[in-house]
Design a protein around this ligand. Structure first.
Ligand code: T3D
Length: 261
């Protein structure tokens, strides 16, 4: 597929997906959704891919839906069908991907762009980045899973004010509130993101993915269900080559050489 709205590269087990419409702050169009879906197909199907990094080109991460695509003068729009066709599958696929997903928020994130970042497994942002739940400014409701993720991450009180006020949230405050993993100095951002994806890309992929499945399941499970799930996932993880390698390397006092198998 010829890519116009994103860049997608795979090297040494690391897949890098860059939203690449910098003039529109990487806002989502149908074309971009189609290309992102193609990239996720590859991540799901290429066994050599062991981590996915999502970031943005230029000064922004993503400004959510491209409002240029919305002709509000042409009659009523059914936005629900767009959510059903594009944003919901995107979030469902991201959380279920068989590799860890890192989101590197390189600049402003707005609307669905924020919630896309929050759907990833690990979100790391430049200190100069900010998050804007821009929906309230145009009369919409947060989508892309935001109304589910936000209260769980930062609590109902903060989620309500963040969404209803539309006030930008700094990356440092987002870290303090537990909305993202960490905000890092702009100067060291690229190096820190790179070190993280290199480490995850060389990690015990199946164990990492099972850990993510367990943690993601916890918010809707009882303790009994979670204990059962941990047993099942530990059984599966204990049968991997990487578990054997991890224990062997520990006993031999050397660094493990994981293969993702
Ligand atoms: O429709 C559906 O399917 C429902 C789904 C909805 C999901 C959503 O995401 S709804 C929310 C959509 N997003 C927004 O409302 C955000 C709109 N953008 C902003 O609020 C601001 O641009 C930012 C806070 C993100 C950044 O502000 P700032 O001052 O740094 O930049 P700017 O000057 O506003 O924008 C720079 C350019 O990007 C500008 O273009 P220009 O004038 O240089 O030609 C601006 O129009 C463009 N841009 C920014 N956001 C969007 C956009 N173009 C299209 N769509 C955008 N969302």
């Amino acid at each position: 597929m010829e890519l116009q709205a994103i860049r997608f590269e795979v090297e040494n087990g690391i897949a890098r997906l860059t939203l690449a419409r910098p003039e529109q702050l990487n806002a989502f169009t149908v074309q971009m959704h189609t290309e992102v879906a193609y990239a996720l197909d590859r991540v799901e199907n290429e066994r050599g891919i062991r981590v996915l990094l999502i970031t943005g080109a230029g000064r922004a991460f993503c400004a959510g839906q491209d409002l240029g695509e919305r002709n509000v003068d042409a009659g009523p729009l059914d936005l629900g069908s767009n959510i059903e066709k594009y944003y919901n599958p995107l979030v469902r696929r991201l959380v279920a991907l068989p590799v860890p997903v890192v989101c590197a928020v390189n600049g402003v994130a707005a609307g669905a762009g924020v919630n896309l970042a929050l759907a990833c497994d690990i979100t790391i942002a430049r200190k100069s980045a900010k998050f804007v739940q821009a929906f309230s400014a145009i009369g919409l409701v947060p989508d892309a899973g935001g109304t589910w993720t936000l209260p769980r991450a930062i609590g109902q009180t903060r989620a309500l004010a963040f969404v209803l006020s539309g006030e930008p949230l700094s990356a440092e405050r987002a870290e303090e509130w537990g909305m993202i993993w960490k905000a890092v100095d702009d100067e060291s951002f690229d190096a820190q993101v790179d070190a993280l994806v290199q480490r995850l890309g060389a990690g015990p992929t199946r164990g990492l993915v099972n850990a993510k499945r367990a943690i993601r399941a916890a918010s809707t499970a009882t303790l009994e269900e979670q204990l059962d799930l941990e047993r099942d996932l530990q059984r599966e993880s204990g049968l991997t080559d990487d578990y054997r390698e991890g224990v062997t390397a520990f006993k031999q006092k050397r660094a493990p050489r994981f293969t993702g198998i």
